[in-house]
Design a binder for this molecule. Sequence first.
Ligand SMILES: [Zn+2]
Length: 318
Amino acid sequence: MRLALIAAGLALAWASNAAAEPVAVTFDDVPYLSLTAALDYQQTTTRELLAGLKHNHIPAIGFVNEIKLEGPDKPQRVALLTAWLNAGMDLGNHSYSHISLTHTPVADYIADVAKGERVTRALMAMRGEAPHWFRHPYLETGATAEARTAFESWLGEHGYRVAPVSMENSDWVFALPYDDAVLHGDKADADHIRRSYLDFTAKVIPWYQEAADDVLGRRPAFVLLLHASRLNADSIGELAKILKADGLKPVPLHQAMKDPAYAIPDPYIGPDGDEWVTRWSLALHKPVPWKALPEPAPEIVAADARLDDDLTKTAAGQ
Ligand SMILES: [Zn+2]
């Protein structure tokens, strides 16, 4: 009996925290953001990430880039998406090829987003479900009023709503250096990067809570942006503890989106990919406390820039 109680206590008991504030946990670049496209690496990442989410009772949504399913092993890559649905997670659209709305004519952008739902919509239809959420790559929502209106009209006509981001921890900056360490079998370096990532997360999440206090005058239901990375697969238990320590309780995205903060008209039209605290700040004329925003360690930022550059050159065939 006592052993069973201890075992039950190992997973986080979110429900016991009555004063908890809601947070929707969302993952971009599904099935993976990684230094390598190797199938076995992505299978491990997906399996461990989903196991961690289930173990910690986190109802997440993954935003898919279907370009990452292409290739000779497409069925096995599609199976990565099926694993998300089998784990009880939701899936949304993140465009086919992760393109920029700022730098793409809107008709081409719409074509890419439409192409980006083919597999996901078919998989969900088999379960009587459909994708309902779109996350803009780079959070770019339209450089002109015409582009923004045209795209958002298309979204509405196709049953989508925009998934905002109101909390993030720059996880993508740490993700590639972590992959690099894991792929080289450098456990000490991987541990160092993961520790740096968790320390940064523990500092930056309270910043978003305090920024919301400043801008909205209260804490909304947050929408946390993460990416489908090995780093997060290996960190999800500790991330869950950080959320709990900050009084946050994971809820499905549609539940968080009932918060009236997301009904505040978003006045931003322009080229930048702004988070929602910036958009609320513009709408409500309240300053964001940017000076207090923590930053990831410089050596991690430099390592990410180097690896990202290598990845771009490889992709371009250089
Ligand atoms: Zn993305």
